[in-house]
Write a protein that binds this ligand. Sequence first.
Ligand code: 5GP
Ligand code: MN
Length: 336
Amino acid sequence: MLPISEIKSLLATPQKIVITTHHKPDGDAMGSSLGLYAYLIQLGHHVQVITPTDYPYFLHWMPNNAEVIVFTEAQEQAAELVANASLIFCLDFNSLGRINELGELVRVAPGYKLMIDHHLEPEDFDDYRHWDINACASAQLVYDFIVNELGDGKRMNKDIATCLYTGIMTDSGSFRFESATSSVYRIAADLIDMGAEHWRIHQLVYDNATENRLRFLGHCISSKLEILRAYNTAIIAVSRQELQEYDIVTGDTEGIVNYALSVNGIRLAAFIIERTDKVKLSLRSTGDFPANEICKKYFNGGGHRNAAGGVSETDLGETVQKFKSILTEYKTQLLQ
Ligand code: 5GP
Ligand code: MN
């Protein structure tokens, strides 16, 4: 592993830098990436943010969004940038499988790999790691990296603060999760002092939905929500046909699982959708119930204890059946 002194001296001269993050990037993934981007360009580096896939429209307002390259839309250009980068920042993920085909390109690339992340069980592909599972967001760790590790708080500006605030706000459930400690509130206050307009950011992310999204949410809640009281579990499963009916695009389904978890007594909620190539599961849990264990053991996935995801190779109906059958194994914990 490279010491921070080595990172500092590398960053003292212009480098070719790639910043990448997990597929279907969320607010933390984009906030961390564009926040770090806004910092690094000030130092005169050539910096490119590359996302493995597209990301929600309600994140497109972020500063420097126009500079992002989406791998699936520019594969050759992205591959060349990764191969020629002297530094590759890997933000908000810790296993190369999370960045799809980009993963192999990053693995074989000669540049140093720098991971900034808050997920459990990092894979061993990095040369530098700023990693803390207690951080509420990777954006919190990017703040810490710039201000405390590099000691460069003087370069924080409005763009950086706006992006990092977005990451912290979205990954902490608007500061309501247990991970939103007093230190997180202090960092948020600092970011507001640096120019992050918290009210505007919240509006742009959460009050920016299409009419379709809201109607689809209504459909999920009124017609699709299944409550299994015997297991304190709620499930919303939607088919490809329903997604098409409502003209659902990337980002429209984000957060719907939280409505299932908001029912009183529910300890585990699952949102299961049939995408074109596979069935995707999003799990949320309360307290010490390990949603990530279910994803890791049965659905080739992982995540945090209370927010995890995975995929299934079988069809939607079979996936729902499989999920329900797994619940018996966890019945005692679910009823605690
Ligand atoms: P979401 O349900 O919002 O897609 O994801 C919730 C959390 O689970 C995220 O923190 C993400 O890192 C993790 N996660 C989601 N899908 C996967 C997956 O397919 N594999 C792994 N390892 N983690 C996932
Ligand atoms: Mn995150």
